[in-house]
Structures are given as C-alpha cells and as structure tokens.
Design a protein around this ligand. Structure first.
Ligand SMILES: Cc1cc2nc3c(=O)[nH]c(=O)nc-3n(C[C@H](O)[C@H](O)[C@H](O)COP(=O)(O)O)c2cc1C
Length: 219
C-alpha cells in the first residue's frame, strides 16, 4: 500500500486557515481517485521534533566530519540525533508528501524549515558523489500548497517569494519529484474577495490532486 504524509505548518487551525481548507480539498479529491493511499498527518505546530541546537549541531559534525560513532556522543547529543534519524527514517517510509503552508514574511513559518533541517542527513537522504550531491529519496513525489496575503504571481513581487522556492529546492535536493505548487494568493488585498479566492483555491487543489494521482504508478 502506498503512503502519503500530509505536513501542515499553520497554527490557525482548519476553522480559520484558508490554506488548511484548500489542503483538505486536495486530500478529498486524492482520496476519491485513490482510496487505497494511506494518509498520515503531521501538524508542525503540535509536533515535538528535534531543533538544530548546540547538541544536534555538535552531534551532526562529530558523526559526519570526525568519524565518531553514535556511542561516542554525549548523552544529549545521542538522544537528539537518534530522534532526528528516527524522524528521517519515518519520513522515508512515505511515497508521497503534501506540504501546506502560508507565506510568512516572504518565506514559510519557521517550523517548516526546522522540520526540513531534520531530513538533511548525509548517507541517508542524500550522498556526496564525485559529481556533487545526489538525492537518495527517489521514486517519491511531493506537492506544496501555499496561501499568500499579497499578489506575487505575474508581478515584480514574484522574485521575493522564498518559501515555496526553498521547499522545492530542498525536496528536489533530497531526490523527491516536486509538482507545481497550488498557490492561492491575494487574500489580504481585498477581504470581500476571500470566499471567491478560497473557492478558486479549492478548485485548483482538486485539479492538482487529480493530476498528482494521474502520474502515480499504481501500487
Ligand atoms: C507572520 C505573518 C507574516 C506574513 N507575511 C506575508 C508575506 O510576506 N507575504 C504575503 O503575501 N502575506 C503574508 N502574510 C499573510 C498570509 O500569508 C495570508 O494571510 C494568508 O492568506 C494566510 O493563509 P492562511 O489563512 O492559510 O493562514 C503573513 C501573515 C502572517 C501571520
């Protein structure tokens, strides 16, 4: 059975977040097409996961750069890097990923970057080769759903967008195929248009879900 991980980075909850509502539309349409795909959820604002603190940075350096074994790390280093590796091991068991995030200060909420930091493990998710780094997470597919207050598409603001750009770069670095992003934008420019923009976003998400499953190899 194929497995999909649905990762959300929005503290507002489903009642208030446009992006989370659009994400549910994506999942509904995906489920209609492929009810066999098992869906798991991670709400990053309610998820306890390792942060790249002094212990983790030190552990990472000792293992990757200085040839230490896990047993030679300090207790906090060992505990944190073990949790980080467990998070990455769990992530790798999925075939498909959906990320849902709002644009915050031109990027994504910091929890999303902090989560991605746990996935960059040399030898596990990517490798250094003679031709440069190579992602090891092949045969996996992801999509990003992003809400924005302003209008970036087709405007000079586009180049300022860094959240979707970073997520795609990071996932592709790890070898994951990333589809085009479902963008719903302009929500804060005209509050009266919010219902209409939300509906457009949901329609876009349903179309994207059908495209997403079309390209999947049947399990
Ligand atoms: C902390 C914060 C920073 C934000 N920064 C931006 C921004 O840089 N660009 C933008 O277009 N919207 C920005 N917004 C607005 C949100 O992206 C917008 O309201 C979006 O529709 C939120 O989607 P949601 O309802 O799914 O949370 C910001 C909102 C917050 C709370």
């Amino acid at each position: 059975m194929k497995k999909l991980l649905y990762v959300t980075a929005n503290p507002k909850g489903l009642e208030k977040s446009k992006g989370l509502k659009i994400g549910e539309s994506f999942l509904e349409a995906l489920h209609e097409e492929r009810p066999d795909i098992e869906i798991s959820r991670i709400d990053l604002f309610a998820y306890d996961f390792p942060q790249m603190d002094a212990d983790l940075v030190s552990a990472r350096g000792k293992l990757a750069g200085y040839g230490y074994t896990i047993d030679q790390l300090s207790v906090p280093e060992r505990e944190k890097i073990t949790k980080m590796h467990a998070l990455a091991d769990e992530f790798i068991t999925y075939d498909y990923y959906v990320f849902v995030s709002p644009m915050w200060n031109l990027n994504s909420p910091a929890v999303l970057k902090a989560y991605i930091d746990n996935l960059f493990i040399s030898g596990k998710t990517f490798a250094h080769t003679a031709n440069g780094p190579k992602g090891l997470l092949s045969n996996k597919k992801a999509i990003h759903i992003q809400t924005r207050g302003g209008q970036y598409t087709g405007t000079p603001m586009q180049e300022l967008e860094s959240g979707d750009r970073y997520l795609k770069i990071a996932l592709r670095f790890l070898g994951i195929e990333v589809s085009e992003t479902v963008v719903a934008e302009g929500f804060d420019l005209n509050p009266q248009k919010v219902p209409e923009l939300l509906e457009q976003g949901k329609v876009h998400a349903r179309i994207a879900a059908r495209e997403f499953v079309k390209e999947l190899v049947q399990a």
